[in-house]
Design a protein around this ligand. Sequence first.
Ligand SMILES: NC(=O)c1ccc[n+]([C@@H]2O[C@H](COP(=O)([O-])OP(=O)(O)OC[C@H]3O[C@@H](n4cnc5c(N)ncnc54)[C@H](OP(=O)(O)O)[C@@H]3O)[C@@H](O)[C@H]2O)c1
Length: 346
Amino acid sequence: MKTNNKKIKVAIVGATGYTGAELIKVLLNHNHVEITSLTAKIESESKISDIFGKFLGQCDLMCKNLDVDEVAKKADLVFLALPHGVSMHYADAFLKKGLKVIDLSADYRLKSLEEYTKWYNIKHKDVDNIAKSVYGLPEIYRKEIKNAELIANPGCYPTVSILSTLPAVAKNDIGLADVIIDAKSGITGAGRKAVLSLHYSEVNESVKAYKINEHQHIPEINQELSNADGNNFEVSFIPHVVPLNRGILATCYIKYREKLDANEIYNLYKEYYKDEPFVKVLDKDKLPEIKDVVHTNFCHIGIKVVEDKGLVVAVGVIDNLLKGASGQAVQNMNIMCGFNEEEGLI
Ligand SMILES: NC(=O)c1ccc[n+]([C@@H]2O[C@H](COP(=O)([O-])OP(=O)(O)OC[C@H]3O[C@@H](n4cnc5c(N)ncnc54)[C@H](OP(=O)(O)O)[C@@H]3O)[C@@H](O)[C@H]2O)c1
């Protein structure tokens, strides 16, 4: 694929979902991209601007049912913004036609087939491509992303959880004992399909925990923190739904066996992310807020160290639809195509 100065042609499969719509919005602002196809699973073809009024006059492409041959003829790269269990039926066909693929679902994130089957309860239909996929978290895998054909774009909870704990876990010479992640997500995290428990009147003016230590994003967090730690690593993960449209706040309790030096931990985080365009470690003892990152591709992290208890509380915030999904997908595309990593995202 020739890139750099010319525009690349991009297709979005799953364009009627929340992450699909967010991809359209970001890519309309991108100087090196032309959107050539939008598809979904729809009864009748419609202009995307009839589905999402915000694209009126900005993008009037028709949203069609997926025809791999037709989409592939017109694109260099395809985003699969599809549910897990669906992407695995299409990624290989696009790869074989020479397209680069960025999959936003969980189908290629877990390297262990056993873990995928256990947590998603589905038989994987494209096992060969799991090994070829690169986990698309640029803060860890930027070099591998550059040459990847298939990106497994990380989940929203894993993105903020991994980024908030990674520096502490990677420095495992200071007696790490346990990591507990308490995360709170806005409703768009569950996608656009209608679900009774996510209706406005069910979630408004309330907060609830769910799937305590049973959420399907747990193996993804463990996989990446185990790689960083060098040992099998298991977090405890407690997700919550909060009455916001978008945004996640993860409070990560990182417990050590010994007393800590607050300055050392703070400097560890600062140093770890000093060259990262989209991760900002706040000044010492300042704590992040969702409202500061919503509609951006940034992850903000605040650190509080309770020295005598050997406790680091790392609080991370992201927009689940941007750094947690479509923004990160475009960040990955920029790296794969040799564009400025921040193009379309700042
Ligand atoms: N929402 C988030 O914050 C977030 C964050 C990170 C990752 N993700 C992941 O990203 C993926 C997309 O999420 P989303 O929130 O955008 O979901 P969504 O709002 O439910 O949208 C799913 C899209 O896939 C299409 N689709 C569903 N089944 C299909 C099929 N069998 N064939 C073709 N198209 C099909 C839907 O089309 P119709 O509308 O026509 O049914 C829709 O366009 C999911 O795997 C999700 O886990 C989501």
